[in-house]
Design a protein. Sequence first.
Length: 299
Amino acid sequence: MSNILVIGSSNTDMVIKTEKLPAPGETILGGTFLMNPGGKGANQAVAAARLGGKVTFITKRGNDLFGDQTIELLSKEGIETQYIAKDTQLPSGVALITVNSKGENVIVVAPGSNSTLVPEDIPGDIFTPGRFEIILLQLEIPVMTVEYTALTASENGIKVILNPAPAQKLHDYLYRHTWLITPDEIEAEILSGIKVRDVSSAENAASFFRKKGVKNVILTMGSAGAYLMSEVYTGMIAGVPVIPVDTTAAGDVFNGALAVAISEGKDLREAVMFANSAAAISVTRMGAQASAPFRDEVD
């Protein structure tokens, strides 16, 4: 039986590698073109499954080739797909990604069927006490679905991990029903109004979320690592130095790894160290789901 439930988006990523990112109005010649499975929800589900998690994934796919491929690829990763809904009107989601020679990226997402994943698509039996230990959420699906899921899950004793990406203003009651929030520096600034530059400002931003009612905060800070503020530990946890090739899914791999570590009983400090290692491996590879490491690599 799965103990980790991921609810979120599934996209097909269309990636072009370039020397530099184009300026507004500029046309540049790119290099390699890649088409990969992506979407924050699917990325996190695959990352968790490859690291040994028992994962169920809920998304909404289009009635098209991309949707069919999504089911096939997720099943090959050992992910339970029985709850995935089908939209007969809108196509599956796609993302257009440009990656420069430094591994930096610019991403534009057309949500498609992801935008119609509503609370009615979330089966009530997933909230049965003992069915799932952790529910992992992001913001590439309607926020009302995220709110409904977080509220219902927390009321049934399920740990809710919210990766608030892409960032948008959130209601206070969503914070109060979130066990752990995992913004990066940009998302933390959008949500809290505090520009994160160093450990001191990270502490201030994390305190904002704690005051809103979130029990635990992990603020990811790229190659520097992550800042953890919890009920038992507060401080910076260093990242693993690597030479980046593509940072597209680093945050998703981090969150998937985090869920696995927590489900295995690791404390949050140990879980962040594990997630930092997984994310570091992922940025040395091209692609989103393709970059997610397997357990033996992280170990």
